[in-house]
Design a protein around this ligand. Structure first.
Ligand SMILES: Cc1cc2nc3c(=O)[nH]c(=O)nc-3n(C[C@H](O)[C@H](O)[C@H](O)COP(=O)(O)O)c2cc1C
Length: 381
């Protein structure tokens, strides 16, 4: 199987599975507990049908949107995800370059493996910085200042990760950073020498967003210890209100789900919220963002940009979310598997297929611009 024979998410996933050592594939693919929310995220789109209009003259379609002050050529963007250079040696640089080619936003994770400055300098595309809130308030301010100086466009505070999710696939394989693999986990690495060759013959693995502030060189700082010891579980709305003021620019909360929280985000001056359950990796049994979208849009959609992510694998998923009122839609695993399978070329192929699907779907729906999508195009079963 080769990249050219990948036509959808399932194909990219299969190719990534062939190329990645098992523990890394399962880190991407897996989710919390029984992975109920992971499955529901994609299934949620299936309870909703599109109702097309015809004979509308749809030769030219404009897919552009403006969200959080950024002009995007397509209504989907690459959500921030951790550890990308473990999946492919070019990591964030490959995803950011592909995002730039498609005119869309790229999110750099706090647990990113390329520095936010490097991504900013090399790729002229809207850049979000995904932030975790640390106990050390001085560190938070220093990191915000660093992002400001780098020219980050959108601050994205993840609020659904106050403690790590229970990812049992990782417990079984021993996946952690640094690796503390079980014997079967180690054997999986031995089976993928091409991955190992690429990984070990390129620049060493780093966590540049953190290394100035945390000793990431030694086995003592594992990602789970980062979550349990450095992040602040007392974080509350007053803390975030202060951050929003300090940032003084586009600021969104990633992982808001309730109407009550959406309203509070408006009250403290956020300019966006992302409905998300972290790809099912945190609270299993939590609602899918698509299921929750309408009530949040109804409550705050006229005052704040509402986005969503989770389970998006098709252009029609994007169209359904936009029809309900999302301003843009985030993708995660949809670009991570192609990254693992084929680096930048893989991500470009995935984004190209997604763009073609959205455009084709728009034409078949009888719409020539995103603002023509509305709830009148949808019926729930
Ligand atoms: C491997 C992986 C790593 C992730 N790392 C982060 C992260 O560092 N910060 C964050 O806010 N979200 C992270 N996410 C969540 C994504 O930003 C996004 O919410 C999720 O992937 C959307 O679901 P999807 O994968 O079904 O598209 C990660 C997701 C995956 C799959």
């Amino acid at each position: 199987m080769r990249l050219a024979s990948c036509f959808n998410h399932a194909d990219f996933r299969r190719l990534a599975e062939r190329r990645l050592p098992g523990p890394i594939f399962n880190y991407i693919d897996g989710a919390a507990d029984d992975e109920v929310t992971l499955r529901r995220n994609t299934e949620s789109f299936e309870g909703c049908d599109l109702v097309p209009n015809v004979l509308r003259g749809v030769e030219e379609v404009d897919l552009s949107v403006r969200v959080m002050g950024q002009d995007l050529a397509v209504p989907f963007y690459c959500s921030p995800t951790a550890l990308q250079r473990l999946f492919h040696h070019r990591g964030e640089n490959a995803v950011a370059a592909a995002s730039e080619r498609f005119g869309t936003m790229f999110g750099v994770s706090s647990l990113g493996t390329v520095s936010l400055e490097e991504v900013r300098t090399k790729h002229a595309t809207p850049q979000a910085y995904q932030f975790y809130f640390h106990k050390d308030r001085g560190l938070n301010r220093a990191m915000l200042e660093r992002a400001k100086n780098a020219g980050v466009d959108v601050m994205m505070l993840t609020v659904d990760t106050i403690t790590g999710g229970n990812r049992e696939r990782d417990l079984r394989t021993g996946f952690s950073i640094p690796f503390r693999l079980t014997i079967p986990g180690m054997a999986q690495f031995a089976l993928k020498p091409a991955w190992a060759f690429n990984h070990f013959t390129h620049e060493g693995f780093r966590l540049p967003q953190l290394e100035e502030h945390v000793d990431t060189s030694q086995s003592l700082v594992s990602i789970s210890r980062y979550f349990s010891e450095m992040l602040d579980q007392t974080m509350n709305w007053d803390d975030v209100a202060e951050m929003v003021k300090f940032w003084d620019g586009q600021f969104c909360l990633k992982g808001v789900m309730s109407v009550e929280d959406a309203k509070r985000a408006v009250d403290i001056g956020c300019t966006g919220i992302i409905l998300s359950n972290h790809g099912g990796r945190q609270l299993d049994g939590s609602r899918a963002a698509f299921d929750q979208l309408a009530e949040v849009v109804d409550a705050v959609g006229d005052r704040i940009d509402v986005m969503m992510d989770g389970g998006v694998q098709r252009g029609t998923h994007v169209l359904k979310a936009l029809s309900l009122g999302a301003k843009a839609v985030g993708i995660g695993r949809y670009y991570l598997f192609p990254l693992a399978a084929a680096g930048q070329a893989g991500v470009e192929r995935a984004l190209s297929l997604m763009r073609a699907e959205v455009e084709r779907g728009m034409k078949l729906m009888g719409c020539t611009s995103i603002d023509q999508l509305s709830r009148s195009n949808l019926r729930f079963r």
